[in-house]
Ligand binder design. Structure first.
Ligand code: C2E
Ligand code: SIN
Ligand code: SIN
Ligand code: SIN
Ligand code: SIN
Ligand code: FE
Ligand code: FE
Length: 362
């Protein structure tokens, strides 16, 4: 049966998605087909402004209105569904939306979107039944069912997004735990993650893997917490003995990060251990060479050195972009994976945009 096939399609597609816009677009498109409706809108309540907003109104850009306005507002406030045959006869109908969109609304079926706590988070509505003059009781039951499904998906995405933001925050803060003694800035940490994500995307990686390196790369120098202050913030060149101690930050970082269960902490541990290895085997701590070094670490190395060179440090001035790119090219094949340097060059516009957005204030 066609309807069943569509329902199965929703469930398998929704669970993969973590992007609210994609989810809403899919839900509305499938709901229109299922209910034989001309339009479908999912209004979500913006808690800050107490407005209902929707991004999917078929070609129309975002629509926003107070959450007690119109039919959608009434459903939102009362939590009662409405099945209205002639919208223009209904006093609460908000004619302004039709005016704005040039559309003619005849009938509306609208149900509340309720989360697992019983709070209304929005309104799910279909407009203009294509195959009859009005929506039926079985349309209502179907939409009500879809609304439960939609609400739980939307809620998951919102929770996931909050969690992701909190995690990002913790990672940036922890990665910068040496802030009070290390001249590296918080933005350096963020930039190294974002540059690495640009390269990962250029390699064609899936979004979740790109996200992983974006968050893991910033932790590459976390082991510097174990390095004595007088070495870490020395305003001059390090002596050989001091540099030997400094080199230990790779293994300290590995010790801090490894042994975790998450893919993120595993990846961060490897990157920390290997981000000073060099393509020709002359790096530290284990003199790994070429593809013995994980690809993620090879990417992070290029990002880190690009950012270190173009930034001011107490012991050095910032290099120009041009000199920095020359240096990357000069040492591609000795210090760096030449393929990664190529990708870095090819994507230099995106890199420079990031550099500009997360610039250091002095
Ligand atoms: P960092 O400042 O984050 O630098 C990361 C890497 O960027 C360095 O790894 C090196 O490969 C490259 N890099 C940074 N500055 C320069 C530079 O002026 N010239 C060139 N050619 N490459 C540069 P490396 O060398 O293993 O250093 C690891 C960390 O040790 C550095 O991290 C920094 O915290 C510290 N460090 C290195 N050299 C000195 C120094 O002369 N004085 C002080 N105070 N710290 C240093
Ligand atoms: C209303 O909620 O009153 C109108 C909704 C719409 O036309 O989309
Ligand atoms: C962190 O070290 O900040 C997070 C690591 C993890 O989530 O596994
Ligand atoms: C990998 O390290 O993931 C394989 C690809 C490569 O080494 O370049
Ligand atoms: C350095 O470690 O300061 C130089 C690294 C390089 O680019 O070869
Ligand atoms: Fe380092
Ligand atoms: Fe660094």
């Amino acid at each position: 049966m066609e309807k069943l096939r569509l329902l199965l399609k929703i469930s398998s597609e929704m669970t993969k998605d973590r992007d609210i816009r994609k989810i809403l677009t899919k839900l509305t498109s499938i709901t229109k087909q299922l209910l034989e409706a001309d339009r479908c809108s999912i209004f979500l309540n913006d808690e800050k402004t107490q407005e209902l907003w929707t991004i999917v109104a078929d070609g129309v850009k975002e629509i926003r209105f107070p959450n007690d306005k119109g039919i959608a507002g009434e459903v939102f406030q009362t939590k009662w569904s409405l099945n209205i045959k002639n919208a223009y006869d209904y006093p609460k109908f908000n004619k302004e939306i039709d005016k704005k969109t040039g559309y003619y609304t005849k009938n509306i079926l609208a149900v509340p979107l309720v989360n697992h706590l019983g709070d209304t988070i929005g309104v799910f509505q279909v407009i203009n039944k294509l195959t009859a003059d009005t929506f039926t009781k079985s349309d209502f039951e179907l939409l009500d069912h879809l609304a439960m499904y939609a609400a739980s998906n939307i809620e998951n995405v919102i929770l996931y997004e909050k969690l992701r933001k909190a995690q990002e925050d913790v990672i940036y803060k922890l990665s910068h735990a040496t802030a009070y003694k290390d001249p590296e800035t918080k933005n350096h940490i963020i930039r190294v993650g974002l540059y690495s994500a640009v390269i990962a995307k250029a390699l064609g990686w899936r979004d979740d893997k790109v996200e992983l390196i974006k968050l893991a790369a910033p932790m590459h120098d976390i082991g510097k917490v174990g390095i004595p202050d007088k070495i870490l913030n020395k305003p001059d060149k390090l002596t050989d003995d001091e540099f030997e101690i400094m080199k230990k930050h790779t293994e300290y970082g590995y010790d801090i990060l490894h042994g975790g269960d998450s893919e993120l902490s595993k990846l961060a541990a490897i990157i920390s251990l290997e981000h000073h290895e060099k393509w020709d085997g002359s790096g530290y701590p284990n003199h790994k060479k070429a593809k013995e070094i994980s690809l993620e670490a090879r990417i992070t190395t290029v990002s880190d050195v690009f950012d270190a060179l173009t930034s001011e440090r107490p012991y050095k001035k910032a290099w120009s972009i041009e000199d920095t790119m020359k240096e990357l090219q000069r040492t591609a094949g000795s210090h760096f994976d030449p393929e990664i340097v190529k990708l870095f060059e090819r994507n230099i516009d995106k890199i420079l945009e990031i550099k500009k957005e997360y610039y250091d204030e002095h």
